[in-house]
Design a protein around this ligand. Structure first.
Ligand SMILES: [Zn+2]
Length: 440
């Protein structure tokens, strides 16, 4: 609810700021009101910076483009007096990451973004395009160049109001969120080290694309491979004492038991994404195209499945893995099976501290008359870089970025109303975190 009051001048400056907006917000302190004004003043610059970032192609494997976007943001952080570095990504076969640090007192805040998009150089979707009515199309505009620019704009407003020195900030914009370099121990090192340093991690992804929600829990995701072997024979001999059931039935038994035992285990899901069974040579190319040579009248010797397991907490992950291993070990006659888990994205569990951080953020939003912010259902939040930070900080929250629709498709469109709102919310939240730290 907006309250319109008569400006009562305590001093010339205050009178000016009240008159300039014509509005005041009962829930905002005086420095917060000034921050709010400052963000509005600086908004045209942020919009230009967003357009410039979107117009540079930075598909994950376009290393030069990813670095170019990184250098663009680097110059913006340099202007704010940050200590900035480009961290090269050769060791994990990606472009690299941008890191920027500021301050030496106050709460330690890690701000997470990513420079890459899912749109490679060959994509038809390359340009920032104003569609009118507050809608702007662009590759990676919500996922997540908008979020990156929100980080810069919030920090710029805090700096201009003399409030940035009350906090310590480390920004990590990774170059490979959409397709992470391997090993993850190298590609996620900057995020993990930032989190070990930080008290609080803030992610500026677009969450579930609603300004009414933020992310306090994400499921982790772990790939797995199942290889099953059976005794090859003419199909007429299946079920016999000598041949048994073959690799295909054993695969089916295992997958059906996964469904039966994992469905209902908390928020866990297990999905077999790709599979093949048969005799002879199986071929899989780099694009995951899978081919199995052979005939249809045989008991298959080999079955192969690739899938993922998603869980909300380390305990849930351990439980699900134990169940899956037990299922795989209980083989049908004359079959054997091997299950291998790959490196994964850890879960970000819904801790009380994360929920408390969300409640503070929601209060900021209400004090700005933007309405409350609720938690995203973790089933709707995919894995993201903040998952690597969550375990190492007191509090973590994501989904503070630019909202819109159509992420990861050529219909990606930003809702620019959320741009200013989420710059406001981030700047004031950070200021309040600093105040809270002082009063600890
Ligand atoms: Zn993203």
């Amino acid at each position: 609810m907006l309250k319109i009051i008569q400006p009562i001048a305590k001093c010339a400056l205050l009178a000016f700021s009240l008159i300039s907006s014509g509005l005041t917000f009962a829930g905002l302190s005086e420095p917060e009101s000034r921050l709010r004004e400052r963000v509005i003043q600086q908004l045209p610059m942020a919009q230009q910076e967003l357009a410039a970032a979107v117009n540079i192609n930075s598909g994950t494997m376009n290393f030069a483009g990813v670095e170019k976007v990184g250098r663009l943001y680097q110059a913006q952080f340099d202007q704010l007096g940050f200590d900035t570095q480009w961290l090269p990504g050769e060791s994990f076969n990606r472009a690299g990451h941008l890191q920027a640090s500021y301050g030496n007192r106050g709460p330690k805040l890690l701000m997470i973004g990513h420079l890459d998009t899912v749109f490679g150089k060959e994509s038809t979707f390359q340009r920032f395009q104003d569609l009118g009515n507050g809608k702007v199309a662009g590759p990676g505009i919500t996922d997540m160049k908008g979020g990156n620019t929100i980080v810069v704009a919030a920090l710029r407003a805090l700096k201009a109001e003399g409030l940035l020195d009350e906090m310590q900030v480390r920004v990590v914009f990774t170059g490979d969120e959409e397709s992470s370099g391997r090993p993850l121990s190298l590609s996620k090192k900057a995020i993990i080290e930032g989190a070990k340093w930080a008290d609080i991690a803030l992610g500026f992804e677009d969450g579930d694309s609603s300004i009414k929600t933020a992310v306090v829990a994400r499921r982790g995701s772990m790939g797995w491979t199942l290889k099953v072997k059976g005794r090859p024979a003419h199909s007429s001999q299946v079920f016999s004492e000598e041949v048994g059931y073959g690799a295909a039935y054993e695969m089916a038994r295992i997958l059906n038991a996964f469904r039966g035992q994992i469905d209902g285990l908390g928020a866990a899901t297990v999905n077999p994404g790709l599979l093949a069974a048969g005799n002879g040579q199986m071929k899989m190319d780099a694009t995951n195209a899978i081919a199995m040579a052979g005939k249809s009248n045989i008991v298959p010797q080999l079955a192969y499945v690739k899938g993922d397991l998603r869980t909300l907490s380390p305990a849930e992950l351990a439980q699900a893995q134990a169940k899956m291993k037990a299922i795989v070990a209980a083989n049908l006659k004359h079959t054997e099976a091997e299950l291998v888990f790959a490196e994964g994205y850890p879960p970000m569990p819904p801790t009380e501290a994360n929920k408390e951080l969300l409640s503070w953020y929601s209060q900021v939003s209400e004090d700005l008359d933007y309405g409350p912010v609720a938690a995203v259902n973790p089933r709707k939040a995919g894995a993201a870089d903040i998952s690597f930070a969550a375990d190492h900080v007191e509090m973590a929250m994501d989904g503070l970025g630019l909202m819109g629709a159509g992420g990861h498709t050529v219909d990606e469109v930003a809702d620019m109303d959320s741009f200013q709102k989420n710059i406001h919310k981030a700047a004031i939240l950070m200021h309040r975190l600093a105040q809270r730290h002082k009063n600890k």
